[in-house]
Write a protein that binds this ligand. Structure first.
Ligand SMILES: [Zn+2]
Length: 234
């Protein structure tokens, strides 16, 4: 409670409990004035105000500022132009992948259709042998016989149908290879049978006159794709 000297207006902070019994005589230290002080009818009691924190005013964008739109992450990276380009690139990549996958998955069919493509697969390190051939050469043997001044190369073997369905037999391309693996001579052999029954086999026999001055180390046999002419003899 604050007491104010009625004479010199000096103010004193006093404990309210001192006036619990009613009024009492007090004296001003400054001017020595004495008077009887009592509890005021109205005591100012400090009460904390309900809430001094002012409510934040509702946000309203200023008229001269752009309205705040919902944030779109990374949207600023893609203009419509780059977006279209990205979609276009993705499409091309998808179809390229599809073509490559088909090329790999169908390698057996493709190589049968065009055996020259086998080099492409080998260049790409794709194992074409995993595509199981429907026809296989078995028991292939080669002999060289001399007849006067001529050297004959004879090749014998069996063509086996490895499937459980009847297969047509294409012509055979035979190649005489030198010690370095190069083709010295190649010739085409008509298939011994037009078809081979399921899991069946037919034997074939072929031969060719070869130059005397060449060393033949090996013989390679391939099926010629149907409807496609071979290299022929040379
Ligand atoms: Zn006083």
């Amino acid at each position: 409670m604050i007491l104010e000297c009625p004479s010199c207006r000096t103010r004193y902070l006093v404990q309210i409990g001192l006036f619990a019994q009613g009024g009492r005589q007090v004296r001003c230290v400054r001017c020595r004035h004495e008077w009887r002080a009592s509890l005021p009818v109205h005591i100012d009691v400090y009460m904390p105000p309900p809430d001094l924190t002012p409510e934040p005013p509702p946000y309203e964008p200023a008229a001269n500022l752009p309205a705040v739109t919902k944030a779109r992450p990374f949207a600023f990276l893609f203009t419509d132009k780059t977006k279209k380009l990205a979609q276009h690139t993705a499409k091309i990549a998808f179809f390229a992948a599809l073509i490559i996958l088909s090329f790999v998955a169908l390698r057996g069919v493709i190589v049968r259709f065009d055996p020259h493509l086998i080099t492409l697969y080998r260049a790409a390190d794709i194992d074409v042998a995993r595509a199981r051939p429907k026809l296989a050469f078995e028991q292939v043997s080669s002999n060289i016989k001399y007849d006067g001044g001529t050297m004959h190369l004879f090749v014998d073997g069996v063509i086996r149908n490895t499937t459980s369905r009847e297969q047509q037999v294409p012509d055979i391309k035979a190649m005489a290879l030198g010690p370095d693996g190069s083709v010295i001579q190649s010739w085409q052999v008509s298939s011994p049978a037009t078809t081979i029954e399921a899991n069946g086999a037919v034997s074939f026999h072929t031969g060719i006159n070869t130059p005397m001055n060449q060393t033949i180390e090996n013989v390679r046999l391939e099926f010629v794709a149907q409807g496609k002419a071979g290299d022929g003899g040379s």
